[in-house]
Design a protein around this ligand. Sequence first.
Ligand code: G6P
Length: 485
Amino acid sequence: MGKDGYNLVVVANRLPVDMAVAEDGTVDWQRSPGGLVTALEPVMQGADGAWVGWSGAPGLEADPFDADGMRLVPVTLSETEIQRYYEGFSNDTLWPLYHDVIAPPAFHRQWWDSYRKVNQRFAEAAAGQAAEGAIVWVQDYQLQLVPQMLRALRPDLRIGFFNHIPFPPLELFQQLPWRRQVLEGLLGADLIGFQRPGDASNFVQAVRRLTDLTTRGQHIMMNASDGTTRTVRAASFPISIDSRRFDELARSPEVQARAREIRADLGDPEIVMLGVDRLDYTKGIRHRIKAYGELLQDGRLDPAKCTLVQVASPSRENVGAYQELREHVEILVGRINGEYGEIGHSAIHYLHHSYPPEEMAALYLAADVMLVTSLRDGMNLVAKEYVAARSDTAGVLVLSEFTGAADELAGAIMVNPHDIDGMKDAIYRAATMDPREQRRRMRRLRRKVLTDDVAKWSESFIAALGGTAEVPATQEPVLEVTASQ
Ligand code: G6P
């Protein structure tokens, strides 16, 4: 840490560790393997970095501490705040609203009040850690008010924001009773990053229509009370994964042996299909299972020769829409297994767990067909992990058009998950694809995923942020990130 604070501060809803109070009252922590951690860890460890976030437990208060070369700064949330700010406003208002209202968003004023208060707490914690002129990088939809709150506390900082999920079209966004406050919150940043160019232009359109500000291309002109003008830039920076790490993991003899063992345990079927998702209604899990079930019913796939492994990791289990989804998925799986299973062979292996990266890599290697059928998805990193794991250039990726990844992964078989017949044809095609075509497609996919990795993502964002803070209002930014547009 510099004499007055840290030069790079990441602010995210969650810390990159899970914390719990041990029996003797001390706080224990363990690495949590989320995507954001792997994305930001290399930058954080190389820089003089602090990470501000929630510990994941109710009411837990802990002092800042050092872990894996980073300063971790826990923010405390009470049980009520978890209900209103996290489960409520973040995951029952913003999440469905930003994902095409697949589930109806709920608008509650108490939730909004809590969202504001908690955002203020995160902003204060970040302001307390940052050195003079530091870069602060705020992450995701849970913290959209932090940029403006932080700027009010610390006008010396360079502030970036990255939205990991889609930004909705104006017609949906304008349903939000607090739409203007959210835009103003985000506009406290110097640079606002989105996954796809379409998300960035949805945001700029919302600013144009719902505020009096002037926009020019990717830029929004802000007039400060002291008469100066500040320019905010909104652009796309598609996130990726630590591709080399996944590639290496999947090449290790242990993981390869585990992949063979998984296939043997599944009864050595001819075709193994795989779905890996958080159990979330945006992921199209029901649509995928329905299409698979119909292929068995039609006799196009032989239940004795193929199986679907569906990993559905538990998520947001106190939110009603997630509880309903779980019921629906489990009923559907039960019905298909009842119909097509035999003793010693299931049509679907449904696993309501999460697994460490080694097991994930083995599952990817064991799968002939990977099904990513989201109804809406900011990026979808599972698709990229599958590709990074397949150094054998075998395997077929079936990918929804409604993911950010579809903009980048041209070698996949694209599907519209709402079109069940179209999806059945695509799954059948993937299951019967000849190895030469598999190789051709997988090579193309791997070139993309191994080149555009997460280090490139974070470096390009931080470089662009460094170049935008001092841009005079009348000029275009000096630093343009063209590679990731
Ligand atoms: C998505 C969001 C992340 C979030 C993650 C897990 O990827 O973009 O911000 O952390 O889901 O959800 P959870 O609610 O468990 O943090």
